[in-house]
Design a protein around this ligand. Structure first.
Ligand SMILES: NC(=O)c1ccc[n+]([C@@H]2O[C@H](COP(=O)([O-])OP(=O)(O)OC[C@H]3O[C@@H](n4cnc5c(N)ncnc54)[C@H](OP(=O)(O)O)[C@@H]3O)[C@@H](O)[C@H]2O)c1
Length: 431
C-alpha cells in the first residue's frame, strides 16, 4: 500500500454525505496518520449544486449524475449516500464496482435486496464493499460481529435497530400518550420522516436485520424471509400493562438459530425492565450478539444522525486506505449458505395477550377453556376495575408455549361474543 492519497468520491450530500465531508475535513490529520496516507475528496454528486454543504467544494469535481461519478477516473472509492434499494443508488454502486472502484455505503435497503449479488461482484474483482453505517449508524456492530466474534457460532443476534420507533415507544411510556399523537410530534421535531411507514412498519429495521443475519450466520442476505410487524397497533394501554407486569415494549429485530432453521423477525416484544434492551431508550440503538464461546456481547449507541453515521462511513474508508480486507459478509460470497427459514409458528416462548371483553359472568371461563384446549398455561391474569355490561381490558401472560397453539387459542377467543376487538398478542422475550 503506497502513500498516495486515497481519492474519495461522494454520491449524496444530504444528512450523512455532509456529515462525511465534515468528518474528513475535521479529522484530516488524524486520519492521514492512521492510514499512512491522506483521504481526499476528489468528486461529489447531488441534485442541487447551489446548496451549501457546509464545506468548500470549489476545488472538487461536481457530477450532476452520480453514475458519472462512479466512473470518474479521479476516484478510487465511491461512497454511496443517496439511498433506496434500486434506481440511482443501485446503478451508482454497480457502476463503481464495474469500474474497479471500492464502495462504501450506508444504504441498508440496497444491501437487504441486493447484498449477496453485490458482494459477489465486489469480491470477484478483489474490491471492498463496506457498509458499517447501514446497520445501527455509529455503532460498530458489523465489525463487532464479523471480526470480533469470528471465533464463535452465533446463536442469536437481536436488538433495537430503529431509533424513530424507540423514540416513539419511549415517549408513549413516559408521557402516557397514544401512538398517533407521539408520531405527529416526532414528525414536527424532525425525528420521523414525512412518510414514516418504513420506520414504524418495521421495514427499515428488517433491512438491517437481514444484513445482520447474513453476517452472524454466514447465510445469503434473505430479506424476503424476515417476518415484519411494526408499532402502529401498540397502544398506551399495552405500554401501561407492560410496566405493571415488569416489562417494557420494544421494537426488536431478532435473528435466531433454531432446530428448524433461522428465525428472522422484527416485532414489538416485551422485555424485562432490568435488561439492557429495556434500558435503551429514546433514539438509541442496541445490539446484542450471543456467541457460543464469547457468550453475550452488547453494543449501545446512536443509530442515526450525521455525526454517528459519518463516523461509521469514514471508519470503512480507513480500512480501504490501509488495505484491511475481509469478505463482505464474513464468508466469501460464493460460500454463503442459503438460509433455511424457521417458521415463526414453531416459536416456543411466552406471550402477553390483551382482550377487550364485555364484563359479564362466564366470559373469563370461556377464555380459560380456549387456552386449556390448546394446552396453553396461563402465568398471570389481570382485570382491573369492573364495569358490568361494558368492555373492559383483560390481560394475561402465558408460560412457554408454541406460537401455533397460541394462535389457535386466540382464534377461538376472538370469536367469543363477549370479546369486542381482535385480541392483541405481544411476544415476551426474557433477555
Ligand atoms: N440519516 C441518517 O441518520 C442515516 C443513518 C444510517 C443510514 N442512512 C442511510 O444513508 C443514506 C443517505 O441518507 P440521508 O439521510 O443522508 O439522506 P438525505 O439527507 O435525503 O440525502 C440524500 C442525498 O442524495 C442526493 N440525491 C438524491 N437523488 C440523487 C441523484 N439522482 N443523484 C445524485 N444525488 C442524489 C440528494 O441531493 P440534494 O441534497 O441535492 O437534494 C441528497 O444530497 C440512505 O441510504 C439512508 O438509509 C441514513
Amino acid at each position: 500500500m503506497g502513500t498516495a492519497p486515497l481519492r474519495v468520491g461522494i454520491a449524496g450530500l444530504g444528512t450523512v454525505g455532509a456529515g462525511v465531508l465534515k468528518v474528513l475535513a475535521t479529522q484530516a490529520e488524524l486520519l492521514a496518520r492512521r492510514c499512512g496516507r491522506p483521504l481526499v475528496v476528489t468528486a461529489v454528486s447531488a441534485r442541487d449544486r447551489g446548496r451549501d454543504r457546509g464545506v468548500d467544494l470549489s476545488s472538487v469535481r461536481w457530477h450532476d449524475n452520480a453514475v458519472d461519478l462512479a466512473a470518474d477516473d479521479q476516484v478510487d472509492v465511491v461512497v454511496e449516500l443517496i439511498g433506496g434499494s434500486d434506481g440511482i443508488a443501485a446503478r451508482t454502486v454497480e457502476t463503481a464496482l464495474a469500474n474497479a472502484k471500492h464502495v462504501v455505503t450506508a444504504n441498508k435497503a440496497l444491501l437487504a435486496h441486493h447484498g449477496t449479488a453485490l458482494a459477489h461482484q465486489a469480491e470477484a474483482q478483489g474490491l471492498t464493499l463496506a457498509f458499517e453505517a447501514a446497520v445501527a449508524g455509529g455503532i460498530p456492530v458489523i465489525k463487532g460481529l464479523r471480526e470480533g466474534l469470528a471465533a464463535n457460532q452465533v446463536r442469536e443476534v437481536h436488538g433495537i435497530l430503529n431509533g424513530t420507533c424507540n423514540y416513539i415507544l419511549t415517549e408513549m411510556r413516559t408521557t402516557g400518550r397514544d401512538f398517533a399523537e407521539v408520531l405527529a410530534e416526532a414528525q414536527a421535531k424532525g425525528y420521523a420522516e414525512a412518510d414514516p411507514s418504513f420506520d414504524i412498519d418495521g421495514v427499515d429495521a428488517a433491512h438491517k436485520l437481514a444484513i445482520l443475519t447474513s453476517v452472524a450466520f454466514g447465510t445469503r442476505v434473505d430479506f424476503a424471509n424476515v417476518h415484519v410487524e411494526g408499532i402502529r397497533h401498540i397502544s398506551a394501554l399495552d405500554i401501561d400493562y407492560a410496566g405493571q407486569l415488569g416489562y417494557r415494549i420494544k421494537l426488536l429485530g431478532i435473528a435466531r438459530r433454531t432446530p428448524n432453521g433461522i428465525e428472522q423477525r422484527v416485532n414489538p416484544c416485551m422485555v424485562p425492565v432490568g435488561s439492557l434492551i429495556a434500558a435503551t431508550d429514546g433514539v438509541f440503538n442496541a445490539v446484542v450478539a450471543d456467541g457460543d464461546f464469547a457468550d453475550k456481547v452488547a453494543l449501545v449507541g446512536r443509530g442515526a444522525g450525521a455525526g454517528p453515521t459519518a463516523s461509521a462511513v469514514v471508519a470503512d474508508l480507513v480500512d480501504i486506505a490501509i488495505g484491511r480486507r475481509t469478505p463482505t459478509f464474513g464468508v466469501p460470497a460464493g460460500q454463503l449458505l442459503p438460509l433455511t427459514p424457521a417458521p415463526l409458528s414453531a416459536r416456543r416462548g411466552r406471550y402477553y395477550v390483551r382482550l377487550m371483553v364485555v364484563d359479564r359472568p362466564g366470559v373469563i371461563a370461556d377464555v380459560a377453556a380456549a387456552l386449556r384446549d390448546q394446552s396453553v398455561s396461563m402465568e398471570s391474569f389481570l382485570q382491573r376495575g369492573r364495569a358490568p355490561g361494558e368492555a373492559v381490558p383483560v390481560v394475561l401472560t402465558t408460560h412457554d408455549t408454541e406460537e401455533v397453539a397460541m394462535l389457535r387459542a386466540l382464534t377461538v377467543i376472538g370469536g367469543l361474543g363477549a370479546v369486542q376487538e381482535p385480541p392483541r398478542m405481544i411476544r415476551i422475550e426474557d433477555y
